[in-house]
Design a protein around this ligand. Structure first.
Ligand SMILES: [Zn+2]
Length: 206
C-alpha cells in the first residue's frame, strides 16, 4: 500500500463525536469541574479538537458533544488586519492555538459592550448578533501548560465568552435581543422540534 493510501486510511479512522443541538438536555445544564487531568481528559480533549475541526468550528465546549465537564477547545485565527492592536491575551495565546482550556473562568469583564454576529455548531446554519463585553480577563488551566490569567480582547474575547457560556448551560441564542430574536424564531423552532428534549422551552436571558 502506498504511503498516501496509509494516510487516507488514518484520516478515515479519525474519531468524531456526535454534535448535541439546541434543546438537548446536556446543553442546558451546568457542567462539572475537571478534578484531575488524566488520560481520560486528554483523550476527551483530542476527541473535542477532532470534532471541532470536522464541523469547521473555531471553538467547542465539552457539553456540545454530550460531556458535562468544564473543558473548552479553541482555534481562534489571528485578526485579518495585520496592523490590529492585540490584547495581552491575543499576543500570548494566538500563536499557541489550538488550546484546550480546563476549568476556565472569566474573572472580570470590560464595561464596554459591543454587538457581533455569532454562530454555534449546536445551532446549525444560524447567525445572530449578541451584545457582550469587548474584553475579559480569563483565568484557566491549559491542558499542556500552566494556569494563566490574561486580559483577552478581539475575537478571542468573543469566542471565550461564547464557549464559557456553554459550560453554564447557556447557548448564545438565549442572549439575542429583539428584534433579531423574533427574526430567528422560525429556524429555532425547527431545530428544537427536531432535537429538543420533551417539554424544552428556550429560556431567554435578555
Ligand atoms: Zn456554541
Amino acid at each position: 500500500m502506498s504511503p498516501e493510501g496509509n494516510l487516507n486510511m488514518l484520516a478515515k479512522k479519525k474519531k468524531v463525536a456526535a454534535m448535541k443541538y439546541l434543546g438537548e438536555a446536556v446543553l442546558h445544564q451546568k457542567a462539572q469541574p475537571v478534578a484531575e487531568i488524566n488520560d481520560d481528559i486528554r483523550n476527551l480533549a483530542q476527541l473535542m479538537l477532532e470534532t471541532m475541526y470536522h464541523y469547521d468550528g473555531v471553538g467547542l465546549a465539552a457539553p456540545q458533544i454530550g460531556v458535562s465537564k468544564r473543558i473548552v477547545t479553541l482555534d481562534v485565527p489571528p485578526p485579518r488586519d495585520p496592523n490590529a492592536v492585540l490584547s495581552p491575551g491575543e499576543r500570548e495565546l494566538l500563536s499557541k492555538m489550538p488550546l484546550v482550556l480546563i476549568n476556565p473562568e472569566i474573572v472580570s469583564s470590560s464595561p464596554v459592550l459591543e454587538y457581533y454576529e455569532e454562530g454555534c455548531l449546536s445551532v446549525p446554519k444560524l447567525y445572530a448578533p449578541v451584545e457582550r463585553p469587548v474584553s475579559v480577563v480569563l483565568k484557566t488551566k491549559l491542558l499542556d501548560g500552566p494556569e494563566i490569567l490574561l486580559d483577552c480582547g478581539g475575537f478571542l474575547a468573543r469566542a471565550i465568552q461564547h464557549e464559557l457560556d456553554h459550560l453554564d448551560g447557556i447557548v448564545y441564542v438565549q442572549k439575542v435581543k429583539s428584534p433579531a430574536f423574533e427574526e430567528i424564531q422560525p429556524q429555532l423552532k425547527t431545530i428544537i422540534k427536531k432535537y429538543g428534549a420533551r417539554g424544552y422551552k428556550l429560556n431567554r436571558l435578555v
